[in-house]
Design a protein around this ligand. Sequence first.
Ligand code: IMP
Length: 180
Amino acid sequence: MPNTWTLKDKVFIKYIGSEEIQAAVRTLATRINQEMQDKVPVFIVILNGAFIFASDLLKKIKIDCEIAFVKLSSYSGTESTGSLKQVLGLDISLKDRTVIIIEDIVDTGFTLDSFLQQVWEMGPAEIKIAACLLKPDAFKMKFPIDYLCFSIPNEFVVGYGLDYDGLGRNSSDIYQLHIQ
Ligand code: IMP
């Protein structure tokens, strides 16, 4: 892919190349394979953004595991916050299971926080989080990101599953918004 990418009204610059991403994903998979070798975890992939990261990561997971997919949609008509998320598609039992949530990017952490509360209500033995990207300066929550590829500055990024207004998911590199 080229070094700059114009999506609608915005210009993005290549930020993390695919080789660097693949190396980080390999390292993460090795850790998970080691730390989970006596368990049969359930991976929960949060759609849409995590689809490429999850695909790359899960191909490298060599232990027995199950894989589920969820989509989080915003409730309409909540009171003040408007940030509650409804879980669509989580139809397997998580009782006493080790759950590993796969997320593309953790920004404020609000999305994961509300999802985590709902997963805990399903009675898992433990929950771990695997994320490709974290913006530490934007993160407002306390929960740990157990498996992380990259910490990045608080700038908007696209590619590797992440979109800008629906575009940009189809890149194996990650691009950062160019501030002019
Ligand atoms: P949070 O609830 O603030 O942590 O936001 C998480 C969600 O916002 C992610 O799953 C993404 O869908 C989206 N998001 C946050 N930052 C970015 C970004 O830089 N590029 C694209 N999407 C983002």
